[in-house]
Design a protein around this ligand. Structure first.
Ligand SMILES: Cc1cc2nc3c(=O)[nH]c(=O)nc-3n(C[C@H](O)[C@H](O)[C@H](O)COP(=O)(O)OP(=O)(O)OC[C@H]3O[C@@H](n4cnc5c(N)ncnc54)[C@H](O)[C@@H]3O)c2cc1C
Length: 400
């Protein structure tokens, strides 16, 4: 049996970043990950799984020394955002209005994970168990023990579940969760454009769900997230490339000229989930293991990274990391923030997914009006950038 301070189950974007943050603070850490991170090939196309990364998340990466590695692989900044509804209003956001260099970056999920894993390889005091799966959990008053499918047993003061939406750790701990099926799937793929994307994130609200085109490092390429009601999503997935491209064109319009799908497509069922508890004595949940949210505002992993930063900020080097007061403080702070974000997303989805005439008029007028109110736009942009005053220390500018 191996003994460490903290075992993290799941070394995806959130778990691997948390491991880096704990190692920085001189905790002995073990990371259990089922699938080894895929190597990066700069010649290959962008991966299908990308995330819009906020300024707050970027700062976390900078403080942990991960940002240069991500930049050296591949990141794509965007400095404008256009949100509209056909026949309705439109709102434009520009980084220049905030005196910011950009509004965020599009990054492949595998690049984020890989940068963190490369960092962990170079750190002392980090045990990487990969490939290995969590099989058993035992929680006692002083220690938590996890058993892996390769027969290894790890003992730690704190065990953290970063093992995604279907968290096995959460289930083994007997922590329930609420689940709201959105009845939609998110279709993702790459698209070649006839015109430059202008470093702009484009989002069009359709009655069946939002369609986003996210700008990549090649100015004639975007990654799409098309959230559509399930029957429509299944129908779209069954089309050949030419027919899918035509439907995409009809849905998006001609702002970027002709759109042509590139490579394969994938579809992910969309559901909002929230764990009943984010912490127990000797146990904490972070990232998708604690909550999932609709991708319409690109907040999922950004919230997960704030969980990681919030948890680390409450653990004192040299003190027991599994002690309840710190974990309880973590749970209180993060859970209430996630609830607010989830409710806001539900409101947006309801407002924009509804074809009732009064609502259509209201949002059309609302977008047009909001576009002319600088203070409101700034508030939106600060939210999108993840710039709030009460951020965890790791996500702030002045951080030692
Ligand atoms: C279509 C779509 C678009 C999205 N776009 C955005 C966006 O633009 N911005 C944004 O912020 N978020 C976005 N999200 C959400 C984002 O992808 C998730 O929030 C993020 O992947 C969660 O990261 P995580 O590390 O918590 O979990 P995961 O990425 O699910 O990682 C969990 C890890 O745990 C491992 N694991 C699982 N079970 C075990 C086990 N038993 N033992 C060992 N290891 C295990 C897995 O192999 C995996 O590596 C999007 C989601 C979707 C579906």
């Amino acid at each position: 049996m191996k003994t460490v301070d903290v075992v993290i189950v799941g070394g995806g974007m959130v778990g691997a970043t948390l491991a880096c943050a704990l190692a920085e603070r001189h905790f002995q850490v073990a990371v259990v990950e089922a699938r080894p991170p895929q190597p990066f090939d700069p010649e290959a196309d962008w991966d299908l799984r990308v995330s819009a990364i906020s300024r707050a998340s970027q700062r976390i990466f900078e403080h942990l020394g991960l940002w240069p590695a991500m930049q050296a692989m591949r990141v794509s900044p965007y400095d404008r955002m256009v949100v509209w509804e056909e026949g309705g209003g439109e709102i434009r956001f520009d980084a220049a209005e905030m005196a910011e260099p950009d509004l965020g970056h599009i990054i492949e999920n595998r690049v984020i994970q890989l940068a963190a894993w490369q960092r962990l390889e170079r750190r002392d005091g980090v045990l990487r168990c990969c490939p290995a799966r969590l099989e058993t959990l035992e929680i006692g008053p002083e220690w938590a023990r996890v058993g892996l499918d390769d027969g290894e047993v790890l003992q730690a003061r704190l065990v953290v579940g970063a093992d995604g939406a279907r968290s096995r750790l959460r289930d083994l701990a007997g922590i329930g969760h609420s689940e709201h099926d959105y009845g939609q799937k998110g279709i993702v793929c790459l698209v070649d454009l006839e015109r430059d994307h202008q470093y702009t994130a484009w989002q069009r609200f359709l009655p069946s769900g939002p369609l986003a085109l996210l700008p990549l490092s090649d100015v004639r390429q975007c990654s799409i997230v098309w959230s559509a009601d399930r029957p429509l999503a299944d129908e779209l997935m069954a089309l050949d490339d030419a027919a899918f491209s035509a439907r995409l064109q009809a849905a998006f319009g001609d702002r970027l000229g002709r759109l042509q799908v590139r490579g394969r497509r994938a579809a992910f069922p969309l559901a909002g989930r929230q764990a009943a508890h984010y912490a127990r004595p000797r146990l904490a949940l972070v990232g998708d293991a604690a909550h999932t949210i609709h991708p319409l505002a690109g907040q999922g992993v950004n919230l997960g990274l704030l969980d990681a930063a919030g948890l680390v900020g409450r653990l004192q080097p040299g003190r027991d990391p599994g002690a309840w007061p710190a974990l309880r403080a973590y749970e209180r702070a993060r859970r209430s923030e996630d609830v607010l974000m989830m409710r806001a997303m539900e409101g947006f989805r309801y407002l924009f997914g509804n074809d009732l005439t009064p609502l259509r008029l209201l949002r059309g007028a609302g977008l047009a009006l909001a576009d002319r109110l600088p203070a409101l736009k700034q508030a939106f942009m600060r939210q999108a950038l993840g710039l709030r005053r009460d951020l965890p220390e790791l996500a702030r500018v002045q951080c030692r």
